[in-house]
Design a protein around this ligand. Structure first.
Ligand code: HEC
Ligand code: HEC
Length: 750
């Protein structure tokens, strides 16, 4: 008989409850498995870090930082935590069988799926681990639960698991970085007539376009029928021609900023994490990239919802910019909905909910069933505002029960679940369930978590200036517009090239800012070595994100008047505090130890990798790309720098010229349309996990592939005094294979 946590009518003391549940195993009549509620989901499914059984009674929630999954009995309004079960490393995806008996967990850093069985009501045991691809992340079950689809983000494959035998029956090759999964549900007992939609996390360049253009890229969704398990189509989600936010210049058009905000800006969908199906459409929230300068808070990242027409598998042409609805409010306490990360639909209505990971709210959308066009709902109790339901910190997933009475939200940073009552108007928070413990006050773990909080938030809540006063809030960006993670998802790179104050700059992943072997030495920051401390990024918060900032004057509140890139050292200045910790120092700790380098799917023992490593060494690439950081650049002084070290705003001695600076490239321009930095060279980038970029290599994204990087003779011969040892394309192919294998498990080259 299927084991499900029993529905309870009243709260019972814990001990007695367990005894009562044990007794129930014997007294409950066998539940007929033919009942639809127990065996089939009532709507399309989607990948999330939390999941419900088909009857909505059992909730499983992943705790990626703790390597556990927490089970809750949510069958009554007296929600109870049942158990916390250890999995492997970084569980991000969870799927619960329709009958609640088995739960699968994608262990992103362990290349496995854990199978957890409910052995008695409320009792859970890990039954086995299924080996899948590298960095499994998203998971979704077919409507009757017979097949489990798993996106392997780094091996660019989707594993199909037969859930009766828990074996991989097929591995489907797909495009780069598959993440979100949604599966249709036609309501019958056959799982082999459904369609699987898989998002590719980072957008890809459109042929003929240049990095830095607002329409440079498209988002991609692979379409896979369950009957054949092959990709039949890759749908392209198109850039939005007008975000409705205007800039006061056009860097690529060489028009410097002026007084009037009259330049239309566009944005392309990037960071496609979540996807959900409603009717004939699939909906994909994304962070819109609007890279052309000049940048300010509202013409940089956007919050898009793209719509794929499931009939044609093409963009339905009704993309909505969520930020636009917020802007129309024009009220002083507006909060933009930044980094729309997860989406779910109610079952009986064309109503969906989107979790804004940076702004800690859910927004409600309604769908026009004919066109798919999404609309943002207003708050029925205050029509001047968009309805925003508060969540915990950094919401990353959302599921809705089959009767549309509850929504459950997984909050990554606060490690809890927000339970939302969907039956009230407006919908409101019912309670919060603790999913995992928080670290003890002022411990190292607390520091890392505080840093992660700052990195992911667009708002920022800091300790009150003195006891009894309200917390200081809203300092990380203007009106909650931007978070660090908006361009550095998981602390890494969004793959975008932004037209920045110093020139075209591809976002740099932060996993190798510090020497990964000891966490000490730090590379100079930025392609042009424009900062020498993590705390210097405070300038970014003020200058681009429009926030009041974190470095304060002696009163502990007023933004400090003179925060500079080099002198005085930013870390020496007074900072706002978070849980008693210096906020920017916590951010630096998070960067130092809290960001994991992507794991390469390429075997270090592959003969081409071994040969490529020898060629790399022979070409003396390690002169600039050596050591545990895979970059030889280093801040070689304790800030502030001595006289003469900084030239033209750059730590000049750390720059190397390898023939990649080209004044004629369309995107070689600064945000203010003046000539860019670069003639003195660039900081050699880290090659650690360089494979994770889908393209757009070099400072300006100018090389589409790693081989294209090495077609530059000046660069590839720069370690050997200009002698070219790599003119043979097959040698270069081996080096590329080696480059694609480099991750934290590779032996560095001194
Ligand atoms: C609009 C996108 C965007 C946002 C938002 C953003 N970054 Fe960046 N980040 C970039 C780009 C692009 C670069 C490369 C800049 C350069 O070379 O000058 C970069 C570089 C960096 C670097 C240098 C890394 C290195 O190894 O050289 C650090 C540190 C950094 N960002 C931290 C942050 C922090 C902290 C925040 C939040 C306060 C943040 N970023 C917000 C796009 C962004
Ligand atoms: C003299 C120093 C130097 C040497 C030697 C050198 N590089 Fe580089 N490398 C750089 C610099 C500087 C950049 C950044 C250039 C730019 O962005 O325009 C770079 C960029 C790269 C990138 C792009 C990384 C990214 O994140 O976009 C790759 C890949 C790379 N180098 C591989 C190699 C290989 C392989 C060799 C040996 C054949 C080599 N390099 C030799 C300095 C060097």
């Amino acid at each position: 008989m299927p084991l499900r946590p029993k529905a309870r009518s009243s709260r019972a003391p814990r001990g007695r409850l367990v005894a009562a549940m044990a007794a129930l195993v014997c007294v409950l009549p066998a539940v007929a498995p033919s009942s639809d509620a127990a065996t089939r989901f009532s709507g399309p499914t989607s990948s999330q870090p939390l999941a419900l059984s088909a009857d909505g009674g059992l909730l499983a929630v992943a705790n990626p930082d703790k390597g556990t999954v927490t089970f809750f009995d949510v069958s009554s309004s007296d929600e109870q935590r049942l158990a916390r079960v250890p999995t492997m490393l970084e569980p991000w995806g969870v799927a619960v069988a329709p009958d609640g008996v088995k739960t699968w967990v994608a262990n992103t850093a362990s290349a496995s799926v854990s199978v957890i069985r409910q052995t008695a009501p409320g009792a859970f045991a890990v039954e086995r681990q299924i080996a899948v691809g590298t960095e499994p992340y998203g998971m979704a079950l077919t409507p009757n639960g017979t097949r489990l689809y798993v996106s392997n983000a780094r091996s660019s494959t989707v594993s199909v698991i037969d859930t009766a035998s828990d074996t991989v029956v097929k591995t489907i090759a797909v495009g780069p970085e598959p993440r979100g999964i949604a599966i249709s549900n036609d309501g019958d007992g056959d799982d082999l007539d459904e369609t699987v939609y898989v998002t590719h996390f980072l957008a890809l360049l459109v042929p003929g376009k240049s990095e830095g253009q607002d329409d440079a890229k498209t988002g991609r969704v692979s379409v896979i029928p369950t009957a054949t398990n092959v990709v039949t189509t890759v749908g392209a989600l198109q850039p939005l021609a007008s975000t409705r936010f205007k800039a006061n210049g056009d860097a690529l058009g060489r028009i410097p900023p002026g007084a009037s905000f009259s330049f239309q800006t566009g944005a392309y969908p990037n960071q496609l994490n979540g996807i959900a199906i409603r009717g004939g459409f699939a909906f994909v929230p994304s962070t819109g990239v609007s890279p052309n300068g000049p940048l300010r808070f509202d013409v940089s990242v956007q919050s898009l919802v793209s719509v794929l027409d499931r009939g044609s598998n093409t963009d339905a042409g009704v993309t909505r910019n969520l930020q636009q609805a917020i802007a129309q409010q024009e009220n002083p306490t507006r909060r933009f909905v930044t980094v729309p990360w997860a989406i779910a639909f109610e079952h009986a209505a064309d109503v969906g909910w989107i979790a804004s990971a940076a702004s800690d709210v859910l927004v409600k959308i309604t769908i026009d069933p004919a066109t798919g066009a999404p609309a943002v709902r207003r708050d029925p109790s205050d029509r001047t505002r968009v309805l925003e339901v508060p969540t915990g910190k950094n919401p990353r997933g959302i599921v809705i029960d089959p009767t549309d009475t509850r929504a459950y939200v997984m909050n990554y940073v606060s490690r809890d679940v927000t339970v939302i009552d969907l039956t009230t108007s407006p919908e409101q928070v019912r309670r919060t369930l603790r999913s995992e413990r928080l670290p003890g006050k002022k411990t190292r773990q607390a520091k890392i978590l505080a840093g992660a909080e700052l990195y992911n938030t667009s708002i920022g809540t800091f300790d009150p200036p003195s006891p009894g006063q309200p917390p200081i809030t809203g300092r990380m960006s203007r009106d909650g517009w931007m978070s660090c993670a908006a361009c550095h998802p998981f602390g890494l790179s969004d793959g975008a090239t932004w037209i920045f104050p110093s020139g075209p700059r591809r976002t740099i992943a932060q996993h190798a800012d510090f020497d990964p072997s000891d966490g000490n030495g730090m590379r100079p920051l930025g392609w042009s070595a424009i900062f020498d401390e993590q705390q210097d990024l405070e300038r970014w918060v003020r200058d681009v994100a429009g926030g009041a900032g974190v470095i304060v004057a002696s009163d502990g509140v007023t933004p400090h008047a003179s925060v500079a890139a080099f002198d005085p050292p930013s870390a020496s200045l007074r900072q706002l505090r978070l849980g008693g910790l210096r906020a920017l120092d916590a951010l630096a700790t998070y960067v130092r130890v809290g960001i994991r380098a992507p794991i390469s799917p390429v075997a270090k023992t592959d003969p081409d990798v071994v040969a490529g490593r020898a060629l790399f060494t022979a070409a003396n690439c390690q002169q600039c790309h050596g050591g545990a950081s895979w970059s030889s650049a280093l801040v070689r002084y304790t800030p502030p720098p001595g006289a003469g070290v900084i030239v033209n705003g750059q730590i000049l001695g750390e720059l190397r010229s390898v023939g990649t600076f080209s004044n004629v490239a369309l995107n070689e321009v600064r945000a203010d349309a003046s000539a860019p930095l670069g003639s003195a060279g660039y900081v050699p980038p880290s090659l650690l996990s360089v494979f994770a970029l889908p393209g757009g290599f070099l400072h300006n994204g100018g090389a589409a592939t790693l081989d294209e990087v090495l077609q530059n003779v000046t660069h590839r011969a720069s370690g050997t005094g200009g002698v070219d040892t790599l003119s043979n394309p097959s040698d270069r192919a081996k080096i590329v294979k080696f480059l694609r294998s480099i991750d934290a498990a590779s032996q560095p080259i001194p």
